[in-house]
Design a protein around this ligand. Structure first.
Ligand SMILES: CC(C)(COP(=O)(O)OP(=O)(O)OC[C@H]1O[C@@H](n2cnc3c(N)ncnc32)[C@H](O)[C@@H]1OP(=O)(O)O)[C@@H](O)C(=O)NCCC(=O)NCCS
Length: 374
């Protein structure tokens, strides 16, 4: 047996043609195309096509996918009814996990597991998860749900379903770029969880439910919520240094910093930093960006750690007026594209994922001591 590596660090656990990362050079690409090119020139819909089909779409292919995604946004009324019955103060990721799990019960392709059916489920899940996140917020505010609008792209439709208002061009663009940047990231923890579930030949909704449960944790997608809570707790630029000094002295992990794979700048953070600056300043909330920059400089100087994707996405979403506890669910609004691409890839050449553990327990054979003698 090969030797154990804690946290499976640097262990290659799958082959994949979806996402290439070079952690030393700060490179991220989807299907070989640099994330910077995609962030600047592409759209979320185009990235979905790229992830699912392995190539950039021609115009007719993109129109077809855009149409397919737009007409698959309806969340069954039974799932809304279920969501309305759940505790109003429940964790937003728990609500999302429950709702997405329930979607599987109403999916028209529930019994089918062939690639075509799984692709249809990927379209539906992508459209529906955005509706579920919007519904989480609207239900807790006692508001009616907003029907999906097939004339809007994924980003604009999501913001409209959330707020009830058509977003500005700037908000739509920021959300679209954020969705592109979060769409895939190789064998991150939630994608790995999804692939493990899919590899048992369970269904795609079960695999995505596993992924959502994994994304929730503060070491993974949950970090963007903690970043904003940290900024709010600090409250002001003058509090950044003393707050960080205390936190680092007590060995606290600072959310939004460090990465298992990147040893240099996370290329997604490069874009999100620029977006955060623009959005914070244009909305009269420049202090969040100023604080973020000071935190970033201090973390680099004191710990040689770089900001990751979750650090600047927090202030991007916050200045778009999104509730803090929706930040991690919004990660899933995008990552569903990567999760489903990986699940489809796994099923295309499947083998059960079943590693071994290095046994550290009592030496075998240990005696079975009768109850009366223990
Ligand atoms: C992302 C993360 C889980 C990677 O973890 P990992 O590869 O297992 O790395 P470790 O937790 O072993 O950290 C290695 C060292 O860096 C330190 N470190 C890593 N991230 C840190 C952070 N955010 N704040 C302070 N110290 C950190 C650790 O304390 C450790 O120091 P030590 O060797 O002196 O004990 C980790 O960096 C982290 O917890 N970050 C904060 C949560 C976060 O932003 N997650 C989103 C990731 S996209």
């Amino acid at each position: 047996m090969s030797t154990f590596k804690e946290g499976l660090q640097d262990v290659v656990a799958a082959t994949s043609s979806i996402c290439f990362i070079d952690g030393d050079r700060g490179v991220l690409s989807y299907r070989g195309i640099d994330i910077h090119d995609l962030a600047e020139k592409s759209t979320f819909e185009e990235v979905c096509y790229l992830l699912w089909f392995g190539k950039l779409p021609r115009p007719a292919e993109l129109s077809q996918l855009t149409e397919d995604l737009a007409k698959n946004r309806t969340v069954p009324k039974e799932v809304f009814a279920l969501m309305r019955s759940l505790p109003k103060d429940a964790n937003s990721m728990d609500l999302m996990r429950t709702a997405v799990s329930a979607l599987g019960l109403y999916d028209p392709d529930q019994q089918a597991g062939d690639r075509e059916a799984n692709l249809r489920k990927a379209y539906r899940l992508t459209g529906q998860i955005a509706g579920i996140v919007a519904a989480i917020d609207r239900i807790r505010h006692g508001q009616d749900r907003v029907a999906p609008d097939a004339t809007l792209n994924h980003a604009a439709n999501f913001l409209q379903m959330l707020t009830g208002n058509k977003p500005s061009a700037a908000a739509e663009k920021a959300m679209d770029v954020a969705l592109i940047l979060h769409a895939d990231h190789e064998l991150n923890a939630s994608t790995f969880a999804g692939r493990v579930t899919a590899a048992t030949l369970s269904d795609i909704h079960s695999a995505v439910t596993s992924a959502i449960g994994t994304l929730k944790g503060p070491l993974h997608g949950g970090a963007n919520i903690d970043v904003m809570r940290m900024l709010i707790e600090m409250g002001d630029v003058s509090k950044v240094r003393p707050w960080l000094k205390d936190a680092l002295a007590s060995k606290k992990k600072i959310s939004g910093f460090g990465h298992r794979v990147y040893h240099t700048e996370d290329p997604r953070a490069t874009h999100l930093r620029t977006m955060s600056k623009e959005l914070c300043e244009s909305s009269g909330n420049g202090k969040w960006f100023e604080m973020s920059r000071l935190i970033e400089e201090t973390m680099k100087r004191e710990k040689n750690l770089n900001a990751n994707v979750d650090f600047y996405s927090a202030t991007v979403y916050y200045t778009l007026g999104i509730a803090v506890d929706l930040f991690t669910p919004i990660f899933a609004v995008s990552r569903i594209s990567g999760w489903t691409a990986h699940i489809l890839e796994q099923l295309g050449n499947n083998r059960l994922i079943r590693p071994r553990a290095e046994y550290l327990g009592p030496k075998y054979p240990a005696p079975y001591v009768p109850m009366t003698e223990r």
